[in-house]
Design a protein around this ligand. Structure first.
Ligand SMILES: Cc1ncc(COP(=O)(O)O)c(C=O)c1O
Length: 342
């Protein structure tokens, strides 16, 4: 009954079993093994991007920070939403990896940058006193559990092209986005002009595996050195690769995300039927930001349900569903909320 995060989940059995299989016998180190070769080919095929460079990482923060480091000089500006993970939840890793580039927050509803705000934030090009516009980072699924439509992403990408900026996508929950959007991975990334994607797996069933896909091969040239320098070139790379191998086999990544999204949709429908319940942002993937009366929140916590209170004493809570969220737990939560709300 733990709805705190998709990080509270364990590992998909298929991925755990792939790790055990990868443990049989020796394999060449630092990514020179067969599983890594297979995964790189599989990711290129999945994204219909034969020239993409694939760099495997173990955390989403390092993937984001490394991708951004290839896109900006130390005196560059990276535009992102104020609530974005790169801006608030990475302890300055993007600034650290980029050697000091500036993250410039760009407002917009439901954790999505508005194109107007982005357009007017991009200033200072050629002015020696100002950071130089270098990159834009969008999160898909956003930190508010919402999705950029493909049209919205296209508009952001057009701005990037007009100003000569690189476009990064934090896809920690990219699978959940694809499930809702029902488009191909290519359509939500390089076909829109995304230059580098942090393609997450950890939140969706892996133990610790993220991939950066560099669709712009020029960016990838220095990524290998930067990864090593950051201490993220795994000697036993096969264990990161094995996770992706299983993740991509038989569409596990899609099935896991489909289940998580379905559980969130069921929660949204059940809670939405209760008077006085409000959603702070639309439920479009596997995260819910819900306002419930404080006595209902306290009653749910007392009943043993776990979730984050998003305001210390307030009415806003965050719930996240995952590949292993039990339908019975979802029904129990809805029933308890209904009962407590009278
Ligand atoms: C939007 C987003 N990006 C990236 C990450 C990756 O974070 P971590 O470095 O904890 O793997 C997270 C995890 O919470 C996230 O929510």
């Amino acid at each position: 009954m733990n709805f705190c995060s998709d990080n509270v989940s364990g590992v998909s059995p298929e991925i755990l079993s792939a790790l055990t299989t990868a443990n049989n016998g020796p394999a060449m180190p630092y990514g020179a093994d067969e599983v890594t070769e297979r995964v790189v080919a599989a990711l290129r095929a999945l994204f219909d991007a034969p020239a993409a460079e694939v760099v495997l990482m173990s955390t989403g923060s390092s993937a984001n920070a490394l991708a951004l480091a290839t896109m900006t000089p130390p005196f560059g500006a990276v535009y992102c939403h104020p609530e974005s993970h790169v801006n608030v939840d990475e302890c300055g890793a993007p600034e650290f990896y980029t050697g000091g580039a500036k993250l410039v927050p760009v407002e917009g509803q439901h954790a999505k940058m508005s194109v107007e705000a982005l357009e007017s934030a991009i200033t200072g090009a050629g002015v020696v006193h100002h950071v130089q516009p270098a990159a834009v980072s969008v999160t898909q699924v956003t930190e508010a559990g919402t999705l950029y439509t493909l049209e919205e992403l296209r508009a952001i990408s057009d701005i990037c092209k007009r100003h000569g900026l690189k476009l990064h996508m934090d896809g920690a929950r990219f699978a959940n986005a694809i499930e809702t959007l029902e488009c191909t991975p290519a359509a939500c990334s390089h076909e829109l002009g995304v230059d580098a994607l942090s393609f997450g797996a950890t939140k969706n069933g892996a133990m610790c595996a993220e991939a950066i896909l560099f669709f712009d091969p020029a960016l990838a040239q220095e990524a290998g050195y930067r990864r090593k320098r950051a201490g993220h070139l795994f000697s036993k790379m096969r264990f990161l690769s094995a996770q992706f191998d299983a993740y991509l086999t038989d569409d596990l990544w899609r099935r896991n995300a489909r289940h998580a999204n379905a559980m969130a949709a069921r929660l949204a429908a059940g809670l939405g039927a209760i008077p006085d319940v409000e959603f702070a942002s639309p439920v479009e993937a596997n995260e819910l930001f819900v306002r419930l009366p404080v006595p209902v929140i306290e009653g749910l916590l007392e009943a043993g349900f776990l979730f984050y209170r998003w305001e210390p004493e307030g009415t806003l809570i965050r719930m996240v569903t995952a590949f292993d969220t039990a339908a019975a737990d979802v029904e129990a939560f809805i029933e308890a909320a209904q009962r407590l709300a009278g």
